[in-house]
Each structure stands twice: as structure tokens, then as C-alpha cells.
Design a protein. Sequence first.
Length: 62
Amino acid sequence: MNEVIKVLTERRSIRKFKSEMLSKADLEQIIDAGLYAASGMGKQSAIVIAVTDKELRDKISV
């Protein structure tokens, strides 16, 4: 199993976040996995926005 997916399935809570950004490949895999999540009988389209600019992320996360 891919290490990123393994970590996602085994992890249940986050208490502290790291300041370093994910690699582009890891981020794409996480987004791809999220697109396969349940979505109201497949009738609700997912909208995924990945903000990779730290300053913008900090500004909109308030």
C-alpha cells in the first residue's frame, strides 16, 4: 500500500501540524483519494481547492 494512503487510513486525529508543505505528488494523491469519498449516491460533485501558497493559506484560514 502507498505510504501516504496508509498513513491517512491509520491516523484518526491531529493535534499538531508541521510547518513544511507536502510534496506536489503527495498532495495530488490525497486529492485523488478524496475524490473517491462518498458523495450522496454519486450525485454531488466534489470541488477541491488546494492552496499551496503559505501566505494565502494563513490569510483565508482565519
